[in-house]
Design a protein around this ligand. Structure first.
Ligand SMILES: N[C@@H](CCC(=O)N[C@@H](CS)C(=O)NCC(=O)O)C(=O)O
Length: 188
């Protein structure tokens, strides 16, 4: 039985939790996993049993407790040097760290927009596209009028989904970045 115990949130909500979970799973390091469902009345109390920071993921290794996904990754990289969790070459390692830290500290607009809206937006779009699919293929009565209309609506759905999930948050990020450059960062 492994003495590594990883406490995470639901994998479909908590991309932070996925970081160490994926690293451990892909490196083949045995570990025990506890999933704390997020967004429930009990969430805060359950997380508090593992970390005073009130966030998941949390790693327990014997008496050692490590919170913060990047700190967990660094700890694992030191515990299991033979697994090469970071790239071996210094320059590749520098790039990997830059990317990981950039994700950690930036892209606030994208991260705020996607976890909340991704599922409902994708489900609504998929439902409409699937419902119109038979008509777009020219099946059923009134095909000659319904087919072009259905194709146009499916095209509109796909482009509006991409606009909502990718373009709008990306533009927002850029504008936010520009404003911060000119007016300074707002105090948090
Ligand atoms: N910077 C932290 C972020 C962790 C974080 O924000 N976790 C969220 C889930 S994705 C959380 O624990 N939220 C607590 C809650 O929803 O009550 C890390 O990388 O570990």
């Amino acid at each position: 039985m492994s003495n590594i115990h990883l406490v995470i949130g639901n994998k479909n909500y908590s991309s932070w939790s996925l970081r160490p979970w994926m690293a451990l799973s892909m490196a083949g390091i045995p570990f025990r996993e506890t999933v704390i469902p997020l967004d429930t009345p009990e969430t805060a109390a359950l997380i508090a049993q593992h970390s005073g920071a009130g966030r998941v993921p949390v790693l327990h290794h014997g008496r050692q407790v490590v919170w913060e996904s990047l700190a967990i990754m660094e700890y694992l990289a030191e515990l299991f040097p033979e697994k090469h969790l970071w790239p071996k070459a210094v320059s590749a390692r520098a790039v990997a760290r830059a990317v990981a830290n950039e994700m950690h500290a930036g892209f606030g607009a994208l991260r705020n927009a996607c976890p909340i809206r991704m599922r409902p937006v994708l489900m609504t779009s998929a439902t409409i596209i699937l419902a119109l699919f038979p008509a777009a293929l020219g099946l059923g009565a009134g095909a000659e009028t319904n087919q072009p209309l259905s194709i146009a609506v499916i095209g509109g759905m796909i482009s509006s989904t991409l606009l909502t999930l990718v373009v709008v948050p990306a533009v927002y990020s850029l504008v936010e970045h520009r404003l911060e450059k000119h007016f300074g960062k707002p105090a948090h």
